[in-house]
Design a protein around this ligand. Sequence first.
Ligand SMILES: Nc1ncnc2c1ncn2[C@@H]1O[C@H](COP(=O)(O)OP(=O)(O)OP(=O)(O)O)[C@@H](O)[C@H]1O
Ligand SMILES: [Mg+2]
Length: 255
Amino acid sequence: MEQPVLKVESLTKIFTRKGRPDMKAVDHISFELMPGECLGLIGESGSGKTTAVNMITRLLDPTEGRILLDGDDITGISGRELRKVYAKMQMVFQTPAESFDPRRTLGDGIGESLRNNGWGRARTKMEVAELLERCGLSADFASRYPHQVSGGQCQRAAIARALAIKPKLLICDEATSALDVTIQKEIIALLNDLRWKLGGNLSILFICHDIALVQQFCDRVLVMYRGKIVEQGRPDDVIRNPQNDYTKRLIESIL
Ligand SMILES: Nc1ncnc2c1ncn2[C@@H]1O[C@H](COP(=O)(O)OP(=O)(O)OP(=O)(O)O)[C@@H](O)[C@H]1O
Ligand SMILES: [Mg+2]
């Protein structure tokens, strides 16, 4: 049987602050993401989506639970070993500029991981040009700085950057939320296109609070509410026939 790219077991995060009650931001969530699959994660603001993602990407230590990437337990990994993790798993954030150093060109940012892997200058430059073009930007964007491009263009460059080292898993946390609706659609179309161009080998975890976007794009969706996964299934089925009261309200609010 095929092995999941990502497996999350009982993942939990409790934030503790002096004098305040404990905050269970993520409460024993478990799920699997298969090769080539696009999985949506939706839920209202504060439901724990980003906290879950921050644990998966090892930016935050879980209170409990395990994270397996390609079968390897990465729950306790830190420091230098993380580089191996980020060769397989890359992120795209809500604010496109977050992916880039404002004092360096987009080309430098996109090529950084290749250079770190020992690629020469000329070969990196050619690959960066190809990555930009694959993401719908002309090669001359490589010499621009983040403040010299639009939000949508910067997000395309951020996707090019994330794909440079050919990850198996791309995690997009509200990657389209800061963009206007037309540009949102373009970015979704780009991600869809990339999935096919990469031969169905790219798995995507797509965090979003808009179930309509998830429906256009994802094979399966998880609904989070107050730290728990309350429902999961094919987006069409979940929208047509929600089992959970919270999901029902979430869907009514967009119709
Ligand atoms: N560092 C922290 N310390 C204490 N509480 C936190 C911390 N980070 C997040 N929280 C709380 O955990 C809960 C989940 O937050 P999280 O950012 O994961 O939600 P989200 O689903 O990503 O929301 P949004 O849709 O607004 O991005 C919130 O109640 C938040 O206030
Ligand atoms: Mg969030």
